[in-house]
Design a protein around this ligand. Structure first.
Ligand SMILES: C[S@@+](CC[C@H](N)C(=O)[O-])C[C@H]1O[C@@H](n2cnc3c(N)ncnc32)[C@H](O)[C@@H]1O
Length: 208
């Protein structure tokens, strides 16, 4: 049980890290999104913003949101210093209370895990409804715990991509599961250490 609130927790996570000047994008994002034509993207739980910066560099207009004001302010400053200010809008949202306005061709939720209550099914279902026709919702979750993760609960159980999809209860006539699998990769931790981890990938497309 956490004795602090979610906003303070996540602000402290980022405030206690040095500001990343060139945060890296997630491997699954670059792998899956590279072939897609750019449009409007939403990065939910953007953190340090490596995914947002990479998307903007590929030509996407990106709205990036996070519960942490520290993370959002740092990303807004990074967008300017990387000369991507015209393609990136960084907003603070607590997804338990608000979801960004707009319609999107891509919504990315990478490792949207938190030790606080967050009804992900409600959030991700709302995301599916915020897609434009033909747009995609990419959900990449942990499927295992890296040794350096803040998640060190031995009883943690990560839902499978199929279970996440079932939880969204989307009409199969309007949304199609394009990918649901659990690949492994070698991940690099903050100190440069490496470990094999599993990702849970769910890619959903709204009918055109
Ligand atoms: C494990 S981090 C992943 C960050 C980033 N997507 C990445 O792949 O590095 C989870 C992120 O979700 C954000 N988050 C947690 N709860 C949230 C909420 N209720 N609303 C919005 N963002 C939240 C955290 O601040 C954190 O940046």
């Amino acid at each position: 049980m956490n004795t602090t609130d979610a906003v303070t927790f996540w602000n402290d996570v980022y405030a206690n890290r040095p500001t990343a000047t060139a945060p890296r994008p997630n491997d699954r994002l670059t792998e899956i999104v590279t072939p897609l034509p750019p449009g409007d993207a939403l990065d939910i739980g953007c953190g340090e913003g490596g995914d947002t910066l990479w998307l903007a560099r590929q030509g996407w207009r990106v709205t990036a949101i996070d519960i942490s004001r520290v993370a959002v302010d740092r990303l807004a400053a990074l967008a300017l210093s990387h000369d991507l200010g015209d393609r990136i809008t960084a907003e603070q949202h607590d997804l338990r209370e608000s979801f960004p306005q707009g319609a999107f061709d891509l919504i990315s939720a990478h490792y949207l895990h938190t030790p606080f209550d967050l009804d992900r099914a409600i959030v991700l279902r709302e995301a599916a409804h915020a897609l434009r026709p033909g747009g995609r919702l990419l959900i990449v979750d942990h499927g295992s715990t890296a040794p350096w993760s803040w998640i060190q609960d031995p009883d943690v159980r990560y839902p499978s991509p199929g279970e996440v999809a079932d939880g969204l209860a989307l009409d199969p006539a309007r949304w199609t599961v394009e990918r649901a699998d659990t690949p492994r990769r070698i991940a690099t931790g903050p100190g440069g250490q490496t470990a094999e981890v599993t990702d849970h990938i769910l890619l959903i497309r709204r009918a055109a």
